[in-house]
Design a protein around this ligand. Structure first.
Ligand code: PRT
Ligand code: MG
Length: 213
């Protein structure tokens, strides 16, 4: 049995066409089904639904053989024990720094003063500001980062931006782009050895579909 870990929402939706190219069709819709293990048209392949941030953990410990996860999530996890054969170029967005429109970010950064930064992505944020030589006090949050500068909890946030509509709706401005983000295929290293043929077939089909797009 091959087990593929996906998260509900954009990653599930955007992985479907790649699965189709590998001849795999998921037989239930996660938006209406309450099941966490979804069968596919291939008796030897199943999909497990986990939280986006849990995908690397499932694959690392062999709860799933493969998974699809954002580069953001992978960098925060560390990627240990994971083979990362493909950038799937799906669920694209960027990791950015945003502040209140009335906050003078350029001066704050230039003067070497301490910056209070709220984020779910503490590893990425710590590394980014360290490279710039900016002292930061990191405040770990699990969601609704946009609220932090508005309430005085932080000067800045580090968060994912796609259309920019969420920032705009909360009167925040993007002041720096840290990196482009897309989702990766990750594979358990023991599975890759023990179930080489079926896993290689999936990787090759995904790669083929990507080269056509
Ligand atoms: O939502 P939940 O708490 O269950 O988990 P999650 O947020 O980890 O999962 P999900 O499905 O929302 O995101 C999974 C992956 O999709 C992320 O790890 C990213 O790699 C990728 N992705 C692509 C995004 C976005 N685009 C995105 N826009 N993830 C989150 N967002 C959020 C962003 O955090 C912000 O709140 O959307 C908002 C900004 O969107 P715009 O369009 O208003 O700029
Ligand atoms: Mg989300």
């Amino acid at each position: 049995m091959i087990t593929l870990a996906l998260s509900k929402g954009r990653i599930f939706e955007e992985t479907l066409p790649l699965l189709k190219a590998a001849g795999i069709e998921v037989l239930e819709d996660p938006e209406t089904s309450r099941k966490l293990i979804l069968p596919t048209n291939q008796p030897g392949v199943r999909v497990v639904l986990v939280r986006a941030t849990d995908v690397p953990t499932y694959v690392e410990y062999g709860g799933a053989d493969l998974g699809v996860t954002g580069k953001d999530t992978l960098l925060e996890h560390g990627g240990q024990g994971l083979y990362q054969p493909l950038d799937l170029r799906i669920a694209k967005c960027r990791m950015s720094v945003a502040v209140r429109a009335d906050f003078d970010y350029a001066s704050a950064v230039r003067q070497g003063s301490r910056l209070a930064v709220a984020t779910k992505y503490t590893t990425i944020a710590r590394e980014f500001f360290a490279t710039k030589g900016v002292h930061v006090d990191l405040i770990k949050l699990y969601g609704s980062m946009e609220l932090a500068p508005l309430t005085g909890l932080a000067d800045a946030i580090v968060d994912l931006v796609s259309t920019g509509n969420t920032l705009k709706a909360n009167q925040l401005v993007e002041v720096e782009r840290i990196m482009d983000i897309s989702s990766r295929l990750v594979v358990n290293q023991a599975s890759l050895k023990l179930k080489q043929a079926p896993i290689r077939a999936i990787i090759d089909a995904f790669a083929g579909a990507l080269s056509e797009s």
